[in-house]
Design a protein around this ligand. Structure first.
Ligand code: BT5
Length: 286
């Protein structure tokens, strides 16, 4: 039956039998609530959790975004998970992980719903111009080596827009909101982990080239005029590509190109929301 009211909140479970990968989900810890699944993942790793361990929580008390921002994480609605990746691995692999997670989430949503989920630089998954998922990759390093990387993924699943905090409503969405009906969180979780596992194996075998190409295919940032706010000032330019380190390559009006790192704030340039473009259905809203 497709009708599901928003008051139904089936418990979050993990259908382990449906995992197809050899690495991701080799161990899965399911929590009712934690401060942040990324924090719990680092703790688990420190206590010996193996490569591929996944920490899942039904709610987070202090979910984190990038750059000190927070991730709104109510119970019973969404997915919050962190994947522990054992290292050592090259820096370029770490830089590719947000893109890998975004592609895995985009494809999992498409697999289950047919919705036109898309990527947005640096770390968002969006549907119809609104953010449905965010990614936070954190790594611990010793010397020049990455000792462990944690890939945190938050997805708004069965969260009606009217239940969202007012400040998020203009820019956020959920799968249920876009699809008009609820989606099974356990099915989404397992589809996402299977997609991530396959993508991680490909990344290790082939490097980041094919991944970044795949990510770019649906990226709403590329080809658009953007305003970049960085410590060195504000510039308006066209986003043209991502480089192998995941930096956004922008072309200035004078033809010069520059790489922008993920800590810069990138917005659509004023007037670009209505610019004619083949990617129009993904118009940026923030
Ligand atoms: C992100 O940061 O998008 C990364 C979010 C990662 C969350 C996962 S959940 C599992 C794991 N454990 C954690 O503690 N974190 C990870 P950023 O690009 O900085 O975006 C944060 C901004 O998105 C906020 O400042 C809000 O504007 C907005 N936001 C907050 N909660 C949101 C939500 N649930 N849905 C959509 N947008 C949200």
């Amino acid at each position: 039956m497709s009708r599901t009211t928003t008051t139904e909140r089936p418990p979050l479970t993990v259908p382990r039998a449906d995992l197809t990968g050899g690495r991701i989900g080799s161990r899965i810890d399911l929590h009712t609530a934690v401060d942040s699944t990324n924090t719990t993942a680092f703790e688990a790793s420190g206590a010996g959790a193996p490569d591929g361990t996944v920490i899942v929580a039904d709610a987070q008390r202090a979910g984190r975004g990038r750059l000190g921002r927070s991730w709104n994480s109510p119970p019973g609605r969404n997915l919050y998970l962190s994947i522990v990746l054992g290292a050592p691995f090259p820096r370029q692999t770490v830089a590719a992980l947000p893109f890998l997670a975004a592609v895995a989430l985009r494809d999992a949503i498409r697999d289950l719903t047919g919705l036109d989920a898309a990527t947005k630089w640096p770390n968002d998954v969006i549907i119809n111009g609104r953010k449905v998922g965010g990614i936070l990759v954190e790594a611990r390093e010793r010397g020049s080596q990455t000792t462990v990387a944690v890939v945190g993924i938050g997805v708004n699943v069965n969260w009606p827009r009217r239940s969202m905090p007012a400040d998020l409503r203009p820019t956020a969405t959920s799968i249920q909101t876009e699809q008009g009906r609820a989606v099974s969180r356990p099915r989404l979780l397992v589809t996402l982990l299977n997609r991530f596992d396959a993508g991680y194996e490909r990344l290790r075998r082939q490097g980041s080239g094919p991944l970044l190409e795949d990510w770019s295919r649906t990226c709403i940032t590329l080809g658009r005029r953007v305003t970049i706010e960085s410590p060195s000032g504000i510039i308006t330019a066209t986003a043209v590509a991502v480089d192998p380190s995941g930096r956004l390559m922008i072309r200035r009006p004078d033809g010069s190109t520059t790489a922008v790192t993920a800590d810069a704030v990138v917005r659509p340039a004023i007037g670009d929301l209505t610019a004619p473009t083949t990617r129009r259905s993904h118009a940026l809203r923030h």
